[in-house]
Design a protein around this ligand. Sequence first.
Ligand SMILES: Cc1ncc(COP(=O)(O)O)c(C=O)c1O
Length: 447
Amino acid sequence: MKEIFTGQVFHRNPKNKYPLAVGGDGPYIIDRDGKRYLDACGGAAVSCLGHSDREVIEAIKAQLDQLPFAHTSFFTNTPMEALACELVERAPAGIDRVYFCSGGSEAVEAALKLARQYFVEIGQPQRRHVIARRQSYHGNTLGALATGGNLWRRKQFEPLLVDVSHVAPCYSYRGMQAGEDDEAYGQRLVRELEEEVQRLGADRVIAFVAETVGGATLGCVTPVPGYFAGVRAVCDKYGVLLILDEVMCGMGRCGTLYACEQEGVAPDLICIGKGLGAGYQPIGALLASAKIYDAVIQGSGFFQHGHTYTGHATACAGALAVQRAVKNRGLLAKVRERGAGFEARLRARFAEHPHVGEIRGRGLFWALELVQERANKRPFDAKRRINARLKLQALENGLMCYPMGGSVDGVTGDHVLLAPPYIITETQLDEAVDKLACSIDQVIAAG
Ligand SMILES: Cc1ncc(COP(=O)(O)O)c(C=O)c1O
């Protein structure tokens, strides 16, 4: 297609001047001037296979030749059936069904509705409250936004948001108190959750929603050992459903297909997206336990939900090819191996950096929290817009990274998230770390 700028697009940030992307080459995106950008963040932890995977592209083309789309209120289709099988086979215990949608926010909306419907089906319609965590992100549609605890994203839309209560995230860098170890900290958070369930009413809570590894708002915050086991126990005690949002951290990003495998817990519902289709097709999904599915089937018989593109054949064919590539090419092991190399490089470069407060993450999902002063963890003044400037500076330097602000309290705090593709080489990791270090220093030096 001829390259054009029409001036008619309502861009994400209309004040930005976006380069025109015209090509992909493994982990690189190429603009119309031929400049190459190393994609060290997968856009937003999406592009886990890079930008030119022939197998995935051919699978999508083949599906288009055969059948692009058949509305799923009339028909099922083979890629959707096969993809559901692929996902369930490798899912945590009890997960048995997959409800497809077109992205992460839709997966979260579906989870909230299915969780509520489940309790209606089993004769507990009094359950109406959802508990989530502060400093979380679950998507931008209204239900998902209400569930998320990101202050600035919520602020102007507050009047439209349903009431969700928020407890503390598991964010040890800033949340752990003096004298606490991981275990004591995790238990304190679990007690806070239990107290919130009791405050709302022991039989009135539908679900607790959490990102297994915190993504966009806090930057790759890993839970302390035992935290999710404690959360699961509280949920079980009060009959509350556990919804894990793995839209960003799942699908291999943390080194296992589902991030919660490493926590030893099985949720009732799991939301996935991003790496599911790796950007080759827009797709998300909600995985549900047999308990929930059976309750619906034995009750009203159907989930009162649906979108036009639920189970889109071409989207499912793309995601199926992505998931088979991850499996057949041994990419989960690669994520763990490359991830260890990435961590080592980040620590070698930034452990003593005066403005890097913490280096955290898992697999190929890492973040640096940037601070004014390491000793007292003082964040940069939000007016300096360190995160926004870092994004632009890195792009200028040929690097895609994902900085974000508000890490501390929704307003102040800066971090930069990195989520390179599973196919990245050691040399490309060096390039990513070099360019990131240079970009951070340039931004801080400039003011
Ligand atoms: C944890 C999490 N949940 C949900 C979403 C929303 O996904 P989408 O942007 O595909 O709607 C995101 C997106 O960043 C996410 O990180």
